[in-house]
Write a protein that binds this ligand. Structure first.
Ligand code: DC
Length: 255
């Protein structure tokens, strides 16, 4: 989540947890007279490392809208599960962890789990793999649903993930399925990790990515597939600017 685009209020980090109303997680209550459901949503779904996050943040900034990185919520739940010593295969404890996640999204972009700043920790490959594994459980997905919908508020929301257009915001005004070849995605992820000072091996990243793609696409609950009414955008040969331009053009051209 970007700092300025996070719907968490303007005056400082807001940490929410089990005691907070689920729909207000990470947000201020929607002012009277404004119907959050009326806020338009642009859903950007796609496989891992397809550049969804970068593109969604840029589109949100361009439109002056809020931004939701739904993958961060699955990563936070996976990290919380690891810390609690929970396995990735038993949906009961995982759903309880997801339902009571003490997440905090600060305006400066930092992400917290309870009092801990986990902005970098949730980007580790082990946490990403854990997120993909816990995401197969319907109970975990249900537990995160209201939290995700709580980010919808005026003037609009750009949400990225796997099922933004198909499940979480089926009434999204624009649905984009952003993809790119596995090789170019592995290459991008490799560069990102190296830039952050995290050591990474391109070949094993490519294998992990293929495994994760297969798991995300084949799970029975909310599999990674383009929504019927999604525009499929292949960014393999496009720059970030060009890809953002295509999404904004789709938004301007909507009927
Ligand atoms: O986008 P990401 O790599 O940060 O997501 C991590 C994992 O979380 C991904 O492999 C599958 C899961 N996920 C999901 O199932 N649904 C979403 N909307 C977002 C992420």
């Amino acid at each position: 989540m970007t700092g300025s685009d996070v719907p968490s209020g303007a005056d400082g980090p807001e940490v929410v947890g089990a005691a907070a109303p689920r729909v207000d997680a990470g947000t201020r209550p929607v002012p009277a007279g404004l119907d959050a459901r009326a806020a338009p949503v642009i859903a950007i779904d796609g496989p891992t490392a397809s550049g969804k996050g970068t593109i969604a943040q840029r589109v949100a900034a361009n439109l002056g809208w809020h931004y939701l990185d739904s993958g961060a919520l699955y990563r936070l739940a996976a990290l919380a599960a690891i810390r609690a010593g929970a396995g990735f295969d038993d949906p009961g404890p995982l759903a309880r962890i997801a339902a009571t996640l003490p997440v905090g999204f600060a305006p400066d972009g930092r992400i917290r789990l309870g009092a801990d700043d986990v902005t970098d920790a949730i980007r580790a490959e082990a946490v990403g793999n854990g997120a993909s594994r816990i995401a197969v459980h319907g109970a975990v997905r249900d537990a995160l649903l209201a939290l995700q919908r709580g980010f919808r508020r005026p003037p609009g929301l750009v949400a990225d993930g796997r099922d933004m257009g198909s499940v979480v915001f089926p009434d999204a005004a624009l649905k984009v399925f952003l993809t790119a070849s596995a090789e170019s995605r592995a290459d991008r992820r490799h560069k990102q990790l190296i830039e952050k000072g995290i050591s990474a091996n391109l070949w094993s990243l490519l294998q992990d990515l293929r495994t994760r793609d297969a798991r995300d696409a084949s799970r029975s609950v909310a599999p990674l597939v383009p929504a019927e009414d999604a525009h499929v955008l292949d960014s393999t040969t496009l720059t970030v600017d060009e890809t953002v331009g295509r999404v904004l053009a789709l938004w301007s051209a909507r009927g």
